[in-house]
Design a binder for this molecule. Sequence first.
Ligand code: ZN
Ligand code: ZN
Length: 188
Amino acid sequence: MMYPVGLVKGTYIICQNELGMYLIDQHAANERINYEYYYYALNNSDDEISMLIPINIELPTNEYLIVKENLDILRRMHFDIEEFGINSVIVKSHPVWLPKGNEDNSIKKVLELVIVKEKNFDLDKFNDNVAATMACKMSIKANTAITNEEMENLINDLRKCDNPFNCPHGRPTVIYYSKSDLEKLFKR
Ligand code: ZN
Ligand code: ZN
């Protein structure tokens, strides 16, 4: 069973098991865990949370026009969103997976992704992009000291991922040195 033995520069977790040593990038690993959570939720959850205070978002005209044309995408994602005055939209409820406590910024992030989406809209690619963006936002940053327990939880959650070896942007999450790799490096 792999377990953590330390943290380097608040960024890389050193782990070991009977096979050798592992370096885990804590941000990339957390991103992978969060990505799989958001990607699943985006595709499988149709629960909405209505907000006590609706969020009003004003946009530059060109962006507003794109959002207005694509309200159906946002509604399919379970945002209750409508036009609201000049160059503004109002959001009254949001999908249940949206990060709590940071709704404003998260909704703006999703709108940004709608605005930059390519002409040939592909829902799967779009969901992938939303999940990766949310995952990055919600993951532990580099240069953050985490406790041993947090390291253990991260490793356990990473183990449960469908694709634990890469972050959603394709960076590796884990670098492995076998016992014999280490022996070779030290010319034993
Ligand atoms: Zn990131
Ligand atoms: Zn990444």
